[in-house]
Design a protein around this ligand. Structure first.
Ligand code: BTN
Length: 336
């Protein structure tokens, strides 16, 4: 993507703030003078001070002041591109990471990038979303610096009918990324909800631009509730965060890196070996795959049945009580 278009993306984090964060993180044991920082990242000492204040407002523990220099107590949990890209060198994601402090929706930006011809593997990250979107027109609560709000631009050579498998691929990746953070095993509720103790902490919104026979580009948007210490009253009964489950904070940076590595692995497996291994893995890790009593709500009806596996297109099969097996292409699933 050329730099002119890049400049048009309002709110993109200044690469020099990213450089400031990296510099402080790499020198976390020493005090770095404001003059040295200013020189290295190419801004005035006043700007360094302003940006330090901005980072503090985001919870980054920067000690010191302009005359003494600055010092960071520990690697900050900001999803800064420079800190991420060096950990993803063997994936397609390291090259184009778009970071925002505040954005309406990372999916919107990623769709815009797709439209403008940005390459496969571009990542859009935000510390906060003001209009985070969920499935079926719902909102996704995206409080500042406590969750992971990530959209991935993909250009798979698949037909639109296979696109729902991308959601499964992303769900499996997110599941593996958080599994080691929790004592309880996370579950996947078809097609895209990650649950722990029956409550949702991660959702995936896949959107695409397609022609009848091929996908031009797809955006997989992943939201994970990580360090929220409370959730809005209207969702608190059905939603949770990793922190609420474990009682301590988790590193968003580490979870995101694992998420993208697993995503790369499952995505390549899907393109190379087709849907079978993805569906097989889903069967291993989701209690919703088979034999679960569920209520299905689609655009046209609501009914109770028992799950009966997935088709290779990712469609859920549900056996009605009269024995008829219904393919569910999209809809809400809850345990009945
Ligand atoms: C759902 O479960 O309804 C899907 C939620 C998806 C939320 C993510 S957060 C990053 C990306 N940007 C958005 O606006 N939505 C997705």
């Amino acid at each position: 993507m050329d730099s002119k278009r890049l400049k048009d993306i309002r709110g993109l984090t200044d690469r020099r703030i990213d450089a400031l964060l990296t510099l402080l993180s790499e020198n976390s044991t020493i005090v770095v003078s404001g003059t040295k920082i200013a020189k290295e990242i190419g801004v005035s000492k006043d700007t360094v001070w302003r940006w330090v204040q901005k980072l503090r407002a985001l919870g980054v523990g920067v000690n010191g002041h302009p005359s003494k220099g600055y010092h960071i107590a520990r690697i900050p949990d900001i999803l800064a591109p420079k800190l991420i890209s060096r950990r993803l060198l063997n994936t397609p994601y390291w090259k184009r990471i778009y970071h925002f402090f505040k954005v309406e929706s990372t999916n919107d930006i990623a769709m815009q990038l797709g439209e403008e011809g940005e390459a496969h593997g571009a990542i859009v990250l935000a510390e906060e979303q003001t209009k985070g979107r969920g499935r079926a027109g719902r909102a996704w609560t995206s409080e500042k610096s406590s969750g992971i709000y990530c959209s991935v631009l993909l250009r798979p050579q698949i037909s639109p009918s296979q696109a729902s498998l991308l959601t499964l691929v992303a769900g499996l990746a997110a599941r593996d990324a958080v599994a080691e953070e929790l004592h309880a095993t996370p579950d996947i509720r078809w097609p895209n909800d990650l649950l722990v103790g029956g409550k949702k902490f991660c959702g995936i919104l896949t959107e695409m631009h397609a022609e009848p026979d091929r996908v031009n580009y797809a955006v997989v948007g992943i939201g994970i509730n990580v360090n929220q210490s409370r959730l809005p009253a209207e969702i608190a009964g059905v939603a949770t965060s990793l922190r609420l489950e474990s009682g301590h904070n988790h590193s968003r940076l580490e979870i995101l890196i694992r998420l993208l590595r697993h995503l790369d692995r499952y995505y390549n497996q899907f393109l190379t070996d087709g849907p079978q291994p993805i569906v097989r893995r889903f069967a291993e890790v989701s209690s919703y795959f088979q034999g679960k009593r569920v209520r299905i709500t689609t655009a046209t009806e609501s009914f109770v049945g028992t799950t009966a596996g997935l088709e290779l297109s990712g469609v859920l099969r549900v056996a009605r009580d009269d024995g008829r097996v219904e393919p569910v292409i999209s809809g809400d699933v809850v345990e009945a």
